[in-house]
Structures are given as structure tokens and as C-alpha cells.
Ligand binder design. Structure first.
Ligand SMILES: [Zn+2]
Length: 396
């Protein structure tokens, strides 16, 4: 049976608003977009969205489905059994979907549990976003993320580590090019995997037709990543002109992950480990400047709130859009970042990311007009409907 969504405005994903418009869904696809007087099948299910906005399902390019967004999420993982971690992650996946995120990319887990979550979603056993997973993040011995990661030293070992992730069934490969915030004793600005190590990882990913993402915060690690041929820069706290030029030259997007920095601004006394708050404070200024440079230069930017990290519970993904607007993006631009850009970055824009005839019907209905107040989107109760592949997975 066809579904007809009518009575409200439509944000198409590429920055256009159709108001009013009617969208007809047949099977898993968007069949037609037209004016209110467009004919539709008599037996269609009609969803009236007067006073609301229809948007493409959101695409989160960077989250961690296994960690819970508590003040000290790594301690929570250590205290829970793997069975409990996995059960909690099923709830994280559902919360993500109910918040309007219909596609997401997990950027580092155990290499088994998040793959099981992805497969259970695909099998229809649990609810969650279409999930792409990186498996274990590949880091140097003692490097950023080693608690969850696959430690590897030297190009041959990184190559093997990448092959292991691909063998396990990951969709992308994630390499750790610099230190970061969440691991004690490493510095965000310091380079970690070398250019040669990164290149080996990228080669293996590309040979297996996977994209390769780089956790890259300091300038040298960002440049090493770009020289090695990575497909996205995650975080990018210390970008300079040379980084921007290389990103433009090679069409490498930035996922700035503003969420953690914003949360940690207000984290005092909440139980977040002090080293995390302190490092976050140190990178804050350069991070904001780097984002402004990237935006100014028209680097492709994707949404990723890094949900799962301290104080970022799953389902709060869209606070990243508010952070973008607070840092110079118009609401229209932020919504494009959160939808079409994400689909482009994940290589899924032929079927997702915008409301276009022929694309998959991953759609979200939001109360009010997010173009007037983007923060409306951050309250899951304001997302009244979520459709995934033409199926209504959330309705009042
Ligand atoms: Zn992350």
C-alpha cells in the first residue's frame, strides 16, 4: 500500500524547501513529489503533517554504538559484561533511530559486538539506523583508543590489522593518526601511526573496496593521513592551510564532531575524568578555528556528534546541528550537513540523503520549522514520524 505524506513543508536535503508539497511512497522508495492537488492511489495510507516539516532521515557519520554516553563510558564498558554491553547497544541503536537518524557510521567498537548489532538491524531483529561499522580502530601500541582498538606497529602489522577488520565484516577501516581526548596519556596534537603505516591501512581498505577514515586531530597526523590517501578526516582540530588545500585537492571531507567539546564545556562536577575535560579545553579554540577555515574553503562537512562519548547519550545526535549553527552555519546549511552530505561521505547518496523520486524512503517528520529553530530537532519527542525504507518505524 502506498503512503502519502501531505499538508506540511518538505526540506529536500539539498537546501530546498517545498511548501506545501506531497510525497508519495511506494514500496521502499519515494515514488513521487508534487503539489497538494497531485492525484494519489485511493487506498493509500495518508499521513497529514500540517504545521510540521518532512526531512530526509538524518545521517550520523561518527558515533560509537557500544559505549553509553555516561560521564565515564570506558569505565562503564569495563564494569559491564560483554553480554550486557551488547544488550545496552540494542537500546542505543533504537534510541538513535527514534531521534531521526536513519543511517549511521560506527567509528570503533570491539570488532564483533557492533557488527552483530548491524547484522541484527539488517535482519529486522532489532530496530536501529542503517549501520556501517569500522570494527576495531587500528592504533599504535598504547595509542589513542587502544582500550577498544587493535594495536599495530609497522606497515605490515597495520596491513594485517586492516585485513582482520575486513575479514570480520567491517564496512570501513578506521586508522588512528593522532592522539586524542578519551585515552589517558596521549596528546591530541601528537602524530601516532606514521604515514607509511597509514598508507598500508589505506591500501588494504581500498583493495577491499572500503573507505578509510582517519582519526586525525593534530596537524602532522592530518597531513600524514592525507598523504596516505584517507577518505575522511575525523575531528580535524588543528587544520592549517596545507591541510585544507590537500582536502580540497583530494575531495576529502571533514567530520568535525563538535558535540564532545560542547558537552565538556559544562562537564565540571559531573564525573567526567579530569584528563578528558582538560584536554578538551586545550583543543577548543583551534577546533573552532579549524571548522571556520574548512567551511570558508567549502570542504565537504558531515555530521557526527560522537555519541557514546561522555555526556552524549544515543538519541542526542542532532545536537551537532545546533553546534554547527552556533559556529557559523545557517540552519539550511546545517540540515544539508546532517542529511545529503552524510550520504555523500558514506558513499550512499545514490539512494539516501535527500527527498528525491527514486531514492529510498528514509524520512523524518519534525514538529514546527527547524529552519526557524534548529534546536527543535534535538528533542526526540519533536520527531513525530520516522520512516525507513518506506516502513513507518515511529508514529504518534
Ligand atoms: Zn569517535
Amino acid at each position: 500500500m502506498a503512503i502519502v505524506i501531505r499538508g506540511g513543508s518538505v526540506f529536500t536535503g539539498d537546501g530546498k524547501v517545498l511548501d506545501p508539497a506531497v510525497v508519495i511512497i511506494e514500496g521502499d522508495r519515494i515514488a513521487k513529489i508534487g503539489l497538494p492537488d497531485m492525484a494519489f492511489p485511493r487506498d493509500a495510507e495518508v499521513i497529514d503533517i500540517a504545521g510540521r516539516m518532512l526531512l530526509p532521515g538524518f545521517v550520523d557519520c561518527h558515533l560509537h554504538i557500544l559505549i553509553d554516553g555516561s560521564p565515564n563510558p570506558m569505565a562503564a564498558v569495563e564494569n559491564n559484561s560483554m553480554e550486557m554491553t551488547l544488550l545496552l547497544a540494542t537500546a542505543h541503536a533504537r534510541d538513535t533511530l527514534m531521534a531521526g537518524v536513519t543511517t549511521a557510521r560506527d567509528m570503533g567498537g570491539t570488532g564483533r559486538a557492533e557488527i552483530a548489532i548491524r547484522d541484527a538491524i539488517n535482519a529486522g531483529v532489532i530496530q536501529g539506523p542503517r549501520l556501517l561499522v569500522s570494527g576495531q580502530q587500528i592504533c599504535m601500541t598504547g595509542g589513542q583508543g587502544w582500550q577498544f582498538g587493535r594495536e599495530a606497529d609497522g606497515p605490515d602489522e597495520v596491513r594485517k590489522a586492516a585485513r582482520e577488520q575486513i575479514k570480520a565484516g567491517c564496512d570501513i577501516v578506521k586508522l588512528m593518526a593522532t592522539g586524542g581526548i578519551m585515552t589517558p596519556g596521549v596528546e591530541p596534537g601528537a602524530a601516532q601511526l606514521t604515514e607509511a603505516e597509514l598508507r598500508a591501512g589505506v591500501e588494504e581498505a581500498h583493495r577491499a573496496n572500503r573507505k578509510c577514515a582517519s582519526h586525525a586531530q593534530g596537524t602532522l597526523g592530518i597531513l600524514n593521513s592525507l598523504n596516505a590517501g584517507v577518505d575522511s578526516i575525523e575531528h580535524g582540530f588543528f587544520l592549517n592551510e596545507a591541510c585544507i588545500a590537500r582536502m580540497l585537492e583530494n575531495d576529502v571531507p571533514l567530520i568535525p564532531t563538535l558535540g564532545p567539546g560542547d558537552m565538556l564545556e559544562k562537564a565540571a562536577g559531573l564525573g567526567v575524568p579530569e584528563f578528558i575535560i582538560e584536554k578538551s579545553r586545550q583543543v577548543r579554540g583551534p577546533h573552532i578555528e579549524s571548522l571556520a577555515m574548512a567551511k570558508q574553503a567549502n570542504v565537504l562537512i558531515g555530521m557526527g556528534a560522537d555519541c557514546g562519548t561522555p555526556l552524549l547519550s544515543h538519541g542526542s545526535n542532532l545536537i551537532e546541528l545546533v553546534s554547527l549553527v552556533e559556529n557559523g552555519f545557517t540552519p539550511e546549511e546545517a540540515l544539508v550537513v546532517g542529511t545529503l552530505n552524510g550520504a555523500i561521505i558514506l558513499g550512499l547518496d545514490d539512494r539516501l540523503g535527500s527527498i528525491e523520486e527514486g531514492k529510498l524512503a528514509d524520512l523524518v517528520v519534525a514538529v514546527g520549522n527547524p529552519l526557524d529553530d534548529i534546536s527543535l530537532l534535538t528533542h526526540p519527542e519533536n520527531i513525530t514520524h520516522v520512516l525507513q525504507g518506506g516502513r513507518v518505524v515511529k508514529a504518534p
